[in-house]
Design a protein around this ligand. Structure first.
Ligand SMILES: Cc1cc2nc3c(=O)[nH]c(=O)nc-3n(C[C@H](O)[C@H](O)[C@H](O)COP(=O)(O)O)c2cc1C
Length: 206
């Protein structure tokens, strides 16, 4: 058994505060994107694109939007939950020098996407697999990734000039880090803990 993969899986973290802002070398970025592009996809549709955002002005505009969405969510909380959320950082958009926005094009390979006729979401599942490949490859390269979902799709589509019909699925901050935390931020801040696996396994029927 090769334990390297399991090691990378357990070291992978969602990163917000630990980005150094240093650049990602071009050949490393290419390896990471090639890993994402090697993901399985329904009907081999490969429905993903990767928008590489270096531009500081664009990242600042996105960050302002994320802050506003953070406030929208915060307004739904009260009591100790609101206090806990106030202490949690939810993005590293300004700290990381690069972000990768991964998109989903449902028209790629359509209409005869083999395996998607009954489950439309299978296209989105495929994009998420590319994202996970990217995340693990970045971890193997010693880099950090932070998934930011505090945004409205329409805003991001307009900000990046994403064609109509193509959906942004993830804004991923990517870059060198000081370190990867051993425990997820949300656990360290008492927001949630990882559920024991044993309670999630069902035999023969739910
Ligand atoms: C679909 C998705 C969206 C996420 N959105 C955010 C986000 O907007 N901000 C954030 O700080 N973390 C976000 N995360 C990261 C999760 O909070 C994180 O994966 C979880 O707390 C477990 O921590 P770990 O990834 O370090 O194991 C997101 C993760 C996923 C899979």
């Amino acid at each position: 058994m090769n334990t390297d993969l399991y090691d990378v899986i357990s070291r992978r973290r969602d990163v917000r505060a630990e980005f150094t802002g240093e650049p990602v070398p071009a050949e490393v970025l290419h390896r990471i994107l090639a890993a994402a592009h090697a993901a399985p996809s329904v009907g081999l549709s490969q429905p993903w694109d990767f928008v590489l955002v270096h531009d500081e002005h664009i990242r600042r505009r996105f960050h302002d939007h994320v802050q506003a969405e953070r406030e929208t969510f915060a307004a739904t909380l009260s009591g100790p939950e609101a206090d806990r959320f106030a202490r949690i950082k939810i993005d590293g958009v300004l700290e990381a020098g690069l972000s990768v926005v991964v998109t989903y094009d449902a028209q790629r390979g359509a209409p005869a996407v083999l395996g998607r006729h009954a489950i439309a979401d299978a296209g989105l599942y495929s994009v998420c697999l590319a994202i996970q490949n990217l995340w693990l490859a970045a971890t193997a390269e010693g880099l950090g990734v932070g998934w930011v979902s505090f945004y409205r799709e329409e805003f991001l589509g307009e900000l990046l000039g994403i064609p109509a019909g193509v959906r942004p699925v993830a804004w991923l901050c990517l870059g060198p880090v000081t370190h990867l935390e051993a425990v997820p931020d949300l656990e360290r801040h008492g927001w949630r803990t990882r559920t024991p696996l044993e309670g999630l396994i069902h035999h023969d029927r739910w």
